[in-house]
Write a protein that binds this ligand. Structure first.
Ligand code: CA
Length: 267
């Protein structure tokens, strides 16, 4: 797949050295000086190694830790460009590590990988400032898509935009595809990346019913691990977040047997 210029910014900043060697010399694992450093904090070695391999393939520089305490010691010296955290970790769990990392930096993107779907709700309820969550087993493509979107947000804050990235509004809803933020009546709604992608998909086609299939396509590039129920629980959480700033919010409708609709055009 060919990338356009906009997507190039989403790249992890790696070298294209391998391409320039025209196949004569295979350069593998070269990390450019500008490569993004991604902390991978995971005690299960196979998962940790799998993530690191996928990151290197995307020209990122993984920095791996098998326990939370070791990661925290390293973060005190140098912050990563993004952190991927398991929750159950020896010596310091992922939740405590996330809290500490957030206290040290509000900007570092944090993605949790959780072993059970039910953990989503528990973690989200804590509001410890993670940017997204993936449930194990997740596909590396899914994880890498989120890494890219979050690095892109970090790189683009205030920068130039593609036409498709212009912020848009529908009535009281304002959606910013670059900062991945949504506000309702001027109040910011703290959404995860997945939730943002779902709201954006609905808001881009107000009045249209989107099937769960279409919504999954919007939020998950690789849907092997996603069930209908996952979309339903995301929508439930999204509604709850809007309701917390506006108890009268009722724009996201379930259409029985069909899917969801943003019934929001204020016309
Ligand atoms: Ca673990």
């Amino acid at each position: 797949m060919r990338r356009n210029d906009g997507d190039a910014a989403a790249d992890c900043g790696g070298t294209k050295a391998a391409a320039s060697t025209a196949g004569r010399v295979r350069v593998i694992g070269v990390i450019s000086a500008g490569a993004r450093r991604i902390a991978v904090v995971e005690d299960e070695e196979t998962i940790r190694e799998g993530i690191c391999v996928a990151l290197r393939r995307d020209q990122c520089e993984p920095v791996a830790f098998g326990d939370g305490h070791a990661a925290w010691e390293a973060f005190q010296i140098a912050l990563p460009d993004l952190a991927i955290l398991d929750i159950g970790l020896p010596r310091m769990d992922g939740l405590e590590l996330c809290r500490r990392l957030r206290a040290r930096s509000e900007r570092v993107p944090i993605i949790f990988v959780t072993s059970r779907e039910e953990e989503f709700d528990r973690v989200l309820g804590l509001e410890i400032g993670a940017d997204d969550y993936l449930c194990k087993p997740f596909s590396m493509r899914e994880l890498m898509a989120r890494v890219k979107v979050l690095l892109r947000r970090a790189a683009h804050s205030g920068g130039s935009r593609q036409p498709s990235e212009e912020a848009f509004s529908i009535g009281d809803l304002l959606v910013d595809p670059v900062r991945l933020t949504v506000s309702w009546k001027g109040a910011p709604i703290g959404l995860t990346v997945t939730e943002f992608l779902l709201v954006q998909a609905l808001a881009r086609r107000p009045g249209a019913v989107l099937s769960r299939d279409q919504l999954m396509d919007s939020a998950y590039p690789d849907r092997t691990t996603v069930s209908d129920r996952t979309i339903d629980s995301h929508v439930k959480r999204i509604r709850r977040k809007f309701l917390s700033v506006d108890p009268a919010f009722s724009r996201i409708d379930a259409v029985y047997g069909a899917g969801y609709r943003y019934g929001g055009a204020d016309t």
